[in-house]
Design a protein around this ligand. Structure first.
Ligand SMILES: Nc1ncnc2c1ncn2[C@@H]1O[C@H](COP(=O)(O)OP(=O)(O)OP(=O)(O)O)[C@@H](O)[C@H]1O
Ligand SMILES: [Mg+2]
Length: 339
């Protein structure tokens, strides 16, 4: 063993959680996608990695699933060092990708068979049938997947990920592009498999309500750095202010707003300004009186919530900006409607 390997193993306590990382850094050329990421995901929990587009969420999953190597730092998944024991890590994890992975021309059972082949599983059939029963797909086990609804497809994707009895499951934006009803059905399934099968789940999301509903612990990532961690309620208690966002068609006089009574912070945004205020009800009339009303395009008020925490920490909304098309969401929706 090289000296650096020993140092690398010594630096991290693999038993501290289902996923433990210390100082993970990942560069793509000169661009740093992850910078010094420390994270502990307690065993048996649902952990949310929240961040805007390009924050580094998928990169983090790729590092943790041993798909790409980190440039620095250490990571353990399910007690195994990702760099030194990638095979053991892969045997213990499942991955539900945002992309569709099912073979439409095969039946549900045949998709599970294919997964068993890929995973080199010999004793898989009973487990597959149990999973089909659990996900209420048993009666449709011999139907071609092309005839499945979006919700049924998602269930099957999760069944595939669970087939080899992993201890940790990674879900990269599992509900992207789904309608609200299917999304809620999936939330129930995710909490269900966490309870029923005792798997630790790390999921990434753009949906703040999703993180709030599902996750016992969260990490907020921005520009490759973890900017906050905690339970949803711990995070929510960080910001005790309303956030007022105003879109304008003219350049606002920022000092006027920054020095206004009740305004804690005032920042210029791409198309207007963002004000952190003690109470929007009492401050809004003052703010409005200082605006050129003809130039006001939009006013948005957020009460204290995970979204305001996110805005406070990153200066961005987690939810997709209205009016800005998320192309992946668009393609995901397109794929679903074509079925
Ligand atoms: N193979 C690559 N080569 C170069 N840059 C990359 C590569 N993969 C990702 N990046 C960059 O690294 C950053 C993080 O990407 P990543 O896909 O991890 O973000 P993300 O948080 O998953 O974003 P999204 O919410 O859009 O899925 C982005 O700026 C991205 O452009
Ligand atoms: Mg991603």
């Amino acid at each position: 063993m090289k000296r650096s390997d020993t140092a690398h193993t010594d630096a991290i306590d693999c038993d501290a959680g289902a996923i433990v990382t210390k100082g993970i850094t990942k560069r793509y050329g000169s661009f740093t996608a992850l910078e010094n990421v420390d994270m502990i995901v307690p065993r048996g929990t649902i952990f949310g990695l929240l961040g805007p587009n390009g924050a580094g969420k998928t990169t983090m999953i790729k590092v943790l699933t041993a798909l790409i190597p980190a440039d620095a730092g250490s990571a353990c998944v399910s007690g195994h060092d990702v760099r030194r024991e990638p095979k053991l890590v892969r045997a213990d994890i499942g991955w539900v990708a945002a992309e569709v992975i099912l073979d439409d021309d095969l039946s549900a059972m045949e998709n599970l068979w294919l997964q068993a082949k890929l995973q080199n599983l010999s004793d898989w059939k009973n487990r597959a049938l149990d999973l089909l029963r659990y996900f209420e797909l048993y009666d449709r086990r011999n139907s071609r997947v092309s005839q499945f609804s979006t919700g049924m497809r998602k269930k099957l994707e999760i069944a595939l990920a669970l087939l080899h009895q992993p201890r940790v499951i990674f879900m990269d934006e599992p509900t992207i592009g789904l309608d609200p009803g299917t999304r809620r059905m999936l939330w129930q399934l995710i909490t269900g498999i966490n309870r029923e099968y005792g798997v630790t789940i790390l999921l990434t999301s753009h949906y703040i309500e999703e993180a709030d509903a599902l996750c016992s612990n969260l990490a907020i990532i921005d520009h490759g750095r973890i900017v906050a961690t905690g339970t949803p309620s711990e995070l929510k208690s960080r910001v005790k202010a309303d956030i007022v966002e105003i879109a304008l068609n003219y350049e606002p006089d920022m000092p006027t707003f920054a020095h206004m009574d009740g305004v804690q912070e005032a920042a210029r945004t791409e198309n207007g300004m963002r004000l952190k205020v003690a109470s929007s009800e009492s401050v809004l009339p003052r703010i409005l009186s200082c605006l050129n009303i003809d130039g006001v395009l939009k006013i948005n008020v957020d009460k204290p919530s995970l979204e305001t925490v996110f805005i406070d920490l990153t200066g961005k909304r987690l939810s997709d900006d209205e009016g800005r098309m998320d192309m992946r969401k668009f393609y995901a929706t397109l794929r679903m409607t074509r079925r």
